[in-house]
Write a new protein. Structure first.
Length: 410
């Protein structure tokens, strides 16, 4: 009975501790959202109204905003970021801006030039439909899924990423290149399957994921960037890189796409093989992280046994830069993976990664960084492009991670 007499005090103490943790979380989210909103208001003022040619992408050499057209693979991320700010703030003004920028993506519903229509349309219209459902949004997303299916080859069982290309030694011309990034476009197909009842979308997504698991993922659960398929035999004809250090290395953002992609595959199918893959891919990513949880742009930079192709800028650029965009993608994925994985710890790692990205080391002061949020990203060192600059997709996945953290009941 004496032990029971202390129970009310114990419960009160636990309640106060819980309140304290919740208070710290709310302050962190509130302060980070305030900074993100200030950056993005400045970005909107700098970019002006969407024209189809001024989608924010990165920072130019002079430190100003560098934009791109809507057919660039990154064009859906800025509208998506605006939707996340609406979700975080509840302010109607952000919804209005998100609607304006999302509407500028509408012509892409029939764009067949590459596989990136998933990024372009689902990050924009997908978030729009999630937060403010409309039949018009649904119809656009379904049409976009049909467009993506034009790049799917049922015999090969994969979606073609690019229309050509070659390895960095220029010894192999690609016939049917599929990149690991393509896993991110499958969410659009699952959506279309659910709202139409048409299994072709679902079946294509599953077949693509299965072949990617077979051909892109190594035995140690590192990943290749590019797999080129032989269109006659259906077999993987070659495994290469476009944006990684070398063909046999592990490009950090490619590994990040794989972690996120197989997490969403488990969400949509509940197939335990995908959960196993997501866990092993995530464990591999985490094992390669430094103390601040932001990876090198490639896990094998300048290591013995890894040699860039002779035409790759990575052959001469040997600085070991970090890529915060890869961290942002995985950070967001870990909040979801932690809900499914039997082992604990993924959400805790996601929280620590989010705090690292929100620290002064990576979250830019307002008025700097061309009004992007996250500093120190790498687009493609082999192409000598976007080296140690902000990238619009780093901001998108950082805000998505913040939204997912906000939803957690802790």
């Amino acid at each position: 009975m004496k032990t029971l007499s202390h129970l009310p005090l114990l419960l009160l103490t636990l309640a106060l501790l819980s309140t304290g943790c919740t208070g710290k979380k709310e302050r962190f989210i509130g302060e980070t959202t305030k900074i993100a909103a200030a950056h993005t208001r400045n970005m909107l003022e700098t970019a002006g109204a969407p024209t189809g040619k001024n989608s924010p992408r990165t920072m130019n050499k002079e430190g100003g905003l560098k934009t791109t057209g809507i057919r660039d693979w990154t064009s859906g991320f800025f509208p998506g970021s605006l939707w996340y700010l609406y979700e975080l703030t509840g302010e109607a003004w952000w919804k209005e801006q998100a609607e304006i920028w999302t509407a500028s993506q509408e012509p892409l519903k029939t764009y067949t030039g590459n596989h990136d229509i998933g990024f372009m349309m689902y990050c924009s219209y997908g978030n729009a439909n999630r937060l403010d459902p409309h039949e018009e949004y649904k119809a656009l997303l379904v049409e976009s899924a049909h467009t993506l299916m034009t790049r799917y080859n049922d015999t090969l069982g994969v979606i073609k990423s690019w229309n050509g290309g070659s390895n960095w030694d220029r010894t192999v011309r690609w016939q049917y290149p599929v990149i690991i990034d393509n896993m991110m476009n499958l969410e659009l197909l699952f959506y279309a399957s659910k709202v139409t009842g048409d299994p072709q979308f679902y079946n294509a997504a599953v077949k693509h994921a299965d072949n990617t698991l077979k051909n892109h993922i190594r035995e140690d659960f590192t990943s290749y960037h590019v797999v080129d398929y032989d269109t006659l035999t259906g077999e993987a004809a070659g495994r290469h890189t476009a944006q990684g250090y070398s063909d046999n290395s592990t490009w950090a953002r490619g590994q990040a796409w794989a972690v996120y992609g197989y997490t969403l595959m488990y969400r949509e199918t509940k197939d335990s093989a995908y959960l196993k893959a997501a866990i092993k891919l995530a464990d591999t990513f985490i094992r390669n992280l430094p103390e601040d949880l932001v990876p090198l742009w490639d896990f094998n930079v300048a290591e013995e046994g890894y040699t860039p192709g002779e035409k790759s800028y990575a052959l001469t650029f040997r600085e070991k830069l970090k890529d915060a965009s890869a961290a942002a993608i995985v950070c967001s994925a870990l909040f979801e993976l932690g809900e499914y994985a039997p082992a604990k710890g993924y959400i805790d790692t996601g929280i620590r990664m989010l705090h690292s990205l929100a620290s002064p080391a990576y979250l830019a002061p307002v008025g700097t960084n061309a009004n992007f949020l996250i500093m120190h990203c790498v687009g493609s060192i082999p192409h000598k492009s976007e080296i140690d600059v902000p990238l619009v997709y780093a901001d998108y996945y950082f805000l998505e991670a913040l939204v997912r953290y906000n939803r957690l009941k802790i």
